[in-house]
Design a binder for this molecule. Structure first.
Ligand SMILES: Cc1cc2nc3c(=O)[nH]c(=O)nc-3n(C[C@H](O)[C@H](O)[C@H](O)COP(=O)(O)OP(=O)(O)OC[C@H]3O[C@@H](n4cnc5c(N)ncnc54)[C@H](O)[C@@H]3O)c2cc1C
Length: 303
């Protein structure tokens, strides 16, 4: 827990950017999560550097989030400092086939900037509600492509507040993972390389992907997208459905009746409800298929 003197110091360092006991439900697409002791949305890279080195020197726990679209924050909230990389770090530039984006830019903004400039490759990202930073860390993907296919390099900040460049091959991308996940580096900027493509054809693909999402995903309820990773060669959604879990409910958390790998918040679901449902789904899938479903969503905080 941060002392009142510490809070005062931090507030003086980053005026207007620091909140105490901020409900994380406001910052996750599941609309679930208890309070963060300290929540900061830095106004720029300089402010971010000041913040991370301040936190580092005091040995406080530090967590980075983007749009919170792959996060389950527990009901007891987060002890330490949560840093949201948001719109202030979200500038997007396209030069020939290179797209450079601040980590806080939404993937949809990147995809549409690329489309307007006739740069193909990011069509798959249409409808993924994450930031560029979160997408790199998670190696977000869909329709057979993922960020790993496009990322050339990232700019990260270390706990001392210094910037470093890392090439794609240094990031160990895998299925919905990279070596940035759970680490101490914060992504500040992402550089992607696409291919030259007719903007009309890019737009047509984007519209098709979006229509498919609208038809197959429960987009009218808060969720975090796919809860479980697909086991090799299998679809988690299919396994969950076959194990009889579709529509299963715990409090206001429900295994979606539209897409069984989504758990939706019907209104007042708590993290405890979601965790109980996750556990029941894992047990039933294991009982039926002998397969242990691994979580894709990242869990933060305490009960
Ligand atoms: C309706 C819906 C559909 C979805 N569809 C897809 C899909 O098709 N494919 C897919 O892959 N995902 C999908 N997702 C999940 C999610 O959108 C992606 O994983 C996205 O990339 C997460 O980005 P974010 O900014 O929200 O990250 P967050 O959820 O905020 O964070 C995710 C992880 O990244 C870390 N992180 C975030 N930003 C940074 C940063 N700047 N520096 C360091 N670490 C950081 C966090 O600490 C956390 O561990 C979907 C989610 C929803 C709600």
């Amino acid at each position: 827990m941060i002392s009142p003197a510490g809070y005062k110091e931090l507030n003086a360092l980053l005026p207007g950017q620091v909140k105490v006991f901020e409900p994380m439900a406001r910052h996750t697409t599941w609309r679930i999560g208890g309070p963060a002791d300290i929540f900061v949305e830095p106004a720029g890279v300089k402010e971010l550097a000041r913040l991370v080195s301040w936190v580092h020197h005091r040995g406080l726990p530090l967590y980075f989030i983007g749009n919170g679209s792959n996060l389950l924050v527990k009901d007891g909230g987060i002890r330490g400092v949560v840093v949201k990389i948001g719109r202030a770090l979200g500038r997007v530039q396209v030069c020939e086939t290179t797209i450079t984006a601040g980590a806080g830019a939404m993937l949809g903004v990147l995809a549409s900037a690329a489309q307007k400039n006739g740069v193909g490759g990011l069509e798959f990202a249409t409808g993924i509600p994450g930031t560029a930073g979160g997408a790199v860390v998670m190696n977000a993907g869909a329709n057979g492509s993922s960020m790993a296919d496009l990322v050339r390099e990232v700019m990260v900040m270390n706990p001392s507040g210094d910037l470093e460049r890392k090439k794609a091959h240094e990031l160990n991308f895998g299925y919905r993972t990279s070596n940035l996940l759970g680490g101490s580096l914060v992504v500040v900027e992402v550089t992607c390389r696409g291919i030259s493509r007719d903007p009309q054809r890019i737009r047509a693909d984007m519209e098709e992907y979006l229509a498919r999402r609208q038809a197959t995903q429960p987009l009218s309820y808060p969720s975090a997208g796919s809860v479980f990773k697909n086991p090799p060669g299998k679809s988690a959604g299919w396994l969950i459905e076959q194990a009889g879990c579709k529509g299963m409910r715990q409090g206001d958390a429900q295994v979606s009746t539209v897409h069984a790998n989504f758990i939706v918040n019907l209104g007042r679901a708590t993290a405890r409800d979601v965790q109980a449902l996750i556990h029941r789904v894992q047990q039933l899938v294991y009982k039926r298929f002998g397969i242990s479903l691994a979580l894709e969503v990242q869990v933060l905080g305490e009960d």
